[in-house]
Design a protein around this ligand. Structure first.
Ligand code: AMP
Ligand code: MG
Length: 402
């Protein structure tokens, strides 16, 4: 049977990053950059003061009093060049006048104690020593024109948007969001607002899976629930294809039940690549294509579907969205209890406790694949490698943080 890694590689090899689009900066949070961004200009763009105070020449450090020859509020351009014995009042962020190479903070001058209103004084005295460069932010200290400040494939963070704005980018080239059609299947499923009659349950997978895929950057088109008939399954899959999506994701109907039609439908109208993976939960995972659209069929049990999505669909969406630093970070955790496994690669729900920087993991109770509460209570999925039957107390394993 295929290993998780082989299965994931087989899936990923079928996808490439979506086309790019240009969006207003405001719509770019969490989107993936489609091209490197070189700075169009230095930052800061001009020498400026980092304090409210007085721009001076450090060569005048020995003088006791300077005459104030200009007043430079933020946003204005200094009209003077300082010569010996001269200073200019200056506000934080304002451009330094020619000749000045340091700023004395107002707190370190005699002006601080005067009741001066808003107008600048005629002279200013200071006590502290002045060194060249004091309280000056020199042109280009942060970055230079041409520096690549953000790299292609990066998921844009709020601070990135701030930097792009500093550099004057009103629009940014990002990859289009992957579009995914999502459907559930099963005669037992009813909508979340329907009254439960005998034998029925609410369709919960489509909510958890849609949210997880949106979180991974996808646009999700929810197509509802297919009945356990060939024609109903085909009907919804055709709708999915008509939506021109990058990927179809389904849950349930992929095991060996008498009414599990999905595999059969994929096989007869497209291509079935694989339908089982050596993992737990979630062994029956189907990958293929339906009328040319890539297809991933997850098992129906809510935890199996979630794990399958995390392990196979999330990396696919990351690749589709152009993310280059996508690989979901795993951390090392130490098991607080002995864990039995059946030799398949297992994903177990656990709570994480931090002790002096070490993560300790305790299972959140019963690991049945229908028990969603124990997933809700978990902070992480422990990964027990294939071939391992027992993990002793204190042993380290990898975990995906949820
Ligand atoms: P199946 O893969 O169709 O055999 O389904 C396996 C289990 O998952 C059954 O107990 C189903 O009732 C349950 N199940 C399937 N689809 C969903 C869903 N969308 N929401 C909640 N449970 C589901
Ligand atoms: Mg079913």
């Amino acid at each position: 049977m295929l290993s998780v890694t082989e299965a994931r590689e087989r899936i990923l090899s079928c996808f490439q990053a979506a086309e790019e689009e240009t969006l207003p900066l405001n719509d770019c949070a969490n989107r993936i950059l489609a091209a490197d961004v070189p700075a169009p200009h230095d930052l800061p763009l001009f020498d400026n003061s980092s304090m409210d105070g007085f721009a001076v020449r450090s060569a005048d450090a020995s003088l006791l009093t300077l005459s104030v020859v200009a007043d430079i509020p933020a946003g204005s351009v200094p009209m003077v060049a300082l010569t010996r014995g001269q200073a200019a009042r200056i506000m934080t962020g304002a451009q330094l006048p020619d000749g000045a190479d340091a700023v004395i903070p107002v707190e370190d001058t005699d002006f601080n104690s005067r009741e001066a209103g808003t107008s600048a004084p005629k002279t200013v005295s200071f006590t502290k020593n002045i060194m060249q460069g004091d309280n000056v932010r020199a042109r280009g200290v942060d970055l230079h024109a041409g520096d690549v400040v953000l790299q292609k494939g990066r998921k844009l963070k709020p601070q990135d948007l701030g930097l792009l704005a500093m550099l004057g980018f009103a629009n940014v080239k990002v990859h289009k969001k992957p579009r995914v059609a999502l459907l559930s299947s099963g005669d037992e499923l009813v909508e979340v607002d329907a009254v439960l009659t005998a034998g029925k349950i609410h369709d919960s997978n489509s909510y958890a899976l849609a949210a997880l895929m949106q979180q991974a950057g996808a646009e999700v088109i929810r197509l509802g629930v297919a009945k356990d008939t060939r024609s109903s399954v085909e009907g919804l899959l055709q709708q999915a294809v008509a939506q021109n999506v990058d990927l179809i994701v389904t849950s349930a109907g992929v095991s060996v039940g008498a009414f599990d039609f999905i595999k059969e439908v994929i096989e007869s109208n497209g291509r079935l690549d694989f339908w089982r993976v050596n993992m737990r939960p979630g062994k029956p995972v189907v990958f293929g294509e339906y009328h040319g659209t890539p297809f991933i069929g997850l098992p129906g049990n809510p935890v199996s579907a979630f794990v399958g999505l995390e392990v196979f669909v999330r990396p696919t969406l990351e690749k589709l969205s152009g993310q280059l630093d996508g690989n979901r970070r795993t951390v090392k955790v130490r098991c607080d209890e002995e864990i039995e496994s059946d030799g398949r690669e297992s994903y177990l729900r656990a709570r994480i406790r931090d002790e002096n920087g070490v993560h300790f993991a305790t299972l959140t109770g019963p690991q049945g694949s229908g028990n969603l509460l124990s997933l809700v209570q978990a902070d992480a999925l422990l990964i027990i490698p294939a071939g391992v039957k027992c993990v002793p107390v204190g042993q380290e394993v990898e975990a995906i943080l949820l």
